[in-house]
Design a protein around this ligand. Structure first.
Ligand SMILES: [Zn+2]
Length: 246
């Protein structure tokens, strides 16, 4: 680092340590991470109107259960209704659907969830409050409380209060967490060129069909397939992909 660069470094972070040598500053905090896991698992939900996820975490910050709202195991979710309202309540989703909290508790990968915290997108309903209490979970972190004034939520708060289970609203510092599959390097790239060694089946119908497809994808300036030009070219290629080549 030259003097000018060092000055810039000192100016930027006040420590004189180059940014690449220090730990990242914008990593996810635990609570952001667990709430994001809840939101990611909600993306698995097939419910057209409400996708809710839940993530249960033990006292060592280890995830011990994840769930999202869905129909019970083995019950064909194409045969059960997803409607929010219907003349007959049996034609709505409500009598059938399992909430995220229930699924997270039932899916636990530890012996129990005693003393754990559950992260949920929505404040838990009274039915889930019962499950949370019976499972031994001690703390609820929720994001939205949009049904606050419904009897179900009032009952839920009464139960949680009596059982001395704490609940608190999550205050996100950022509005979005983006998952970028290209962040560690390019993901599955499309093959751009084909270079082949032998074309001894040139007259076969499969080969001729293949040539037609490749010709259609080619332009006069960029023909996307060709034969190896020389023995040396093959050797060079093999050397370039052989990690033991000198
Ligand atoms: Zn519920």
């Amino acid at each position: 680092m030259n003097l000018e660069e060092k000055k810039t470094c000192d100016l930027i972070n006040g420590t004189g340590v180059p940014a690449q040598a220090r730990k990242r500053q914008d990593y996810l905090e635990w609570s952001e991470y667990f709430m994001a896991v809840a939101f990611l698992s909600a993306q698995r939900s097939k419910d057209p109107s409400s996708q809710v996820g839940a993530c249960i975490v033990n006292q060592e910050n280890k995830i011990v259960g994840i769930g999202y709202n869905g129909m019970p195991n083995g019950c064909d979710d194409d045969l059960l209704p997803w409607a929010r309202s219907a003349d007959d309540r049996l034609d709505t989703k409500y009598p059938y659907v399992c909430h995220a909290e229930m699924n997270a508790i039932m899916n636990k990968n530890s012996a129990d969830v005693k003393g754990c915290t559950i992260y949920v997108a929505l404040f838990p309903c009274n039915e889930c409050a019962k499950l949370i209490i019976q499972s031994g979970i001690k703390d609820v972190v929720y994001l939205s409380d949009k049904y606050h004034y419904t009897p179900e939520m009032e009952a839920s708060r009464r139960l949680l209060d009596l059982a001395r289970i704490t609940y608190r609203q999550f205050q996100p510092k950022r509005k979005k967490i983006v998952i970028d599959f290209d962040s560690v390097g390019p993901s599955a790239q499309r093959i751009k060129h084909v270079v082949y060694l032998s074309n001894k089946y040139a007259q076969e119908v499969e080969t001729r069909a293949s040539v037609r497809i490749l010709d259609e994808a080619s332009t006069p300036e960029n023909k996307i397939y060709r034969q190896f030009e020389s023995r040396q070219e093959v050797h060079d290629l093999l050397d370039s992909i052989n990690p033991f080549a000198e």
